[in-house]
Write a protein that binds this ligand. Structure first.
Ligand code: ZN
Length: 71
């Protein structure tokens, strides 16, 4: 019985919390880059997703709303 208990114990492999935070920030950044460049939405929108530049347009509009003219 003791041998069976030993077999099902999980392997002691702990990842420090700061590395989980770094991983989440990296994945969020990868997601946002994919969203801006169109890869994230291309599976549902097709080729039009590559031409929208959603984050670029968002920050561009925020720039205008803040009063900084650019064109
Ligand atoms: Zn502009």
């Amino acid at each position: 019985m003791n041998a069976i208990k030993t077999m099902i114990e999980p392997v002691g492999f702990l990842v420090p919390a700061k590395y989980w935070g770094i991983l989440m920030v990296a994945l969020a950044g990868l997601f946002l880059i994919g969203l801006d460049q169109g890869q994230t939405l291309s599976t549902v929108m097709g080729q039009t997703a590559y031409q929208q530049n959603l984050l670029h347009e968002l920050f561009h509009d925020v720039r205008h709303a803040a009063g900084f003219a650019c064109h």
